[in-house]
Design a protein around this ligand. Structure first.
Ligand SMILES: *Cc1c(COP(=O)(O)O)cnc(C)c1O
Length: 229
């Protein structure tokens, strides 16, 4: 199937159940992104700041870009003028930095807190107790140029379906609890981003309303930089 066919069939699958589809275009060239764009896709995810900035400059301005990879504080300034959502917030320090640059750009930047749910030491993210600590802090309460829209999580890379299901279940339960306790008056806390190509069906069953799909749309990634393709 072509990229356009993949977008159409995934939209048919996700639109009726109100699950948002992020097309993860990391390492993919502009022409392939345009194929998805021409099929109606407007939400794209990237994990590297420099690649994201290059693509933002080159591609149509009505694309909404989501950063889904680890963000270093000293790189926030490059994406603050245009980023639609930062899904990978994993510290209060980073949130403060995003707030500072959002303010400089007269913007409020939508963020997700990335939660550590996988059984893998290589993955980034906040623990459940760290999220609560962050949300209770005076520093967080004072930030007026960021808006926490929800949570993001990456499950363990495993063939054991039960484990993936349990991790997503745990994150959904935590999301509901956080919403009840800290965002009851705030209907914009409404995004639960979980599910990638290998596990998005399980994620949706467990209550995800945003999936991040790369290889299902664009095919397997060859590990090289998109500029050199
Ligand atoms: C690369 C990536 C994805 C997409 O991965 P696929 O397996 O190609 O769907 C989703 N989320 C994050 C955080 C990623 O880095």
């Amino acid at each position: 199937m072509s990229i356009a066919d993949n977008i159409k069939s995934l939209k048919n699958e996700t639109n009726p159940i109100k699950v948002q589809l992020i097309a993860v275009s990391k390492t993919k060239p502009a022409e392939e992104i345009m194929e998805a764009y021409d099929a109606g896709q407007r939400l794209f995810g990237e994990n590297m700041v420099q690649e994201l900035v290059d693509k933002y400059e080159k591609l149509p301005k009505d694309i909404k870009w989501h950063l889904i990879g680890h963000l270093q504080s000293n790189k926030v300034k490059y994406i603050a003028p245009f980023i639609s959502m930062i899904q990978s917030v994993d510290s209060l320090k980073l949130l403060e930095e995003i707030n500072k640059h959002a303010e400089k750009n007269n913007r409020v930047i939508d963020c997700l807190l990335q939660i550590y749910i996988a059984d893998e030491e290589t993955k980034y993210g906040l623990g459940f107790d760290e999220v609560i600590e962050l949300l209770r802090s005076d520093e967080y309460t004072g930030l007026s140029h960021i808006r926490i829209r929800g949570l993001m999580g990456i499950a363990t890379n495993t063939d054991t379906e039960k484990q993936i299901k349990d991790e997503f279940y745990e994150l959904k339960t935590f999301f509901d609890g956080i919403k009840q306790s800290y965002f009851r008056q705030d209907p914009t806390f409404d995004v639960l981003s979980m599910g990638m190509s290998s596990d998005y069906k399980i994620a949706i069953e467990q209550g995800s309303n945003m999936v991040r799909l790369g290889s299902t749309i664009f095919g397997q990634r060859i590990i090289k930089h998109w500029k050199n393709n």
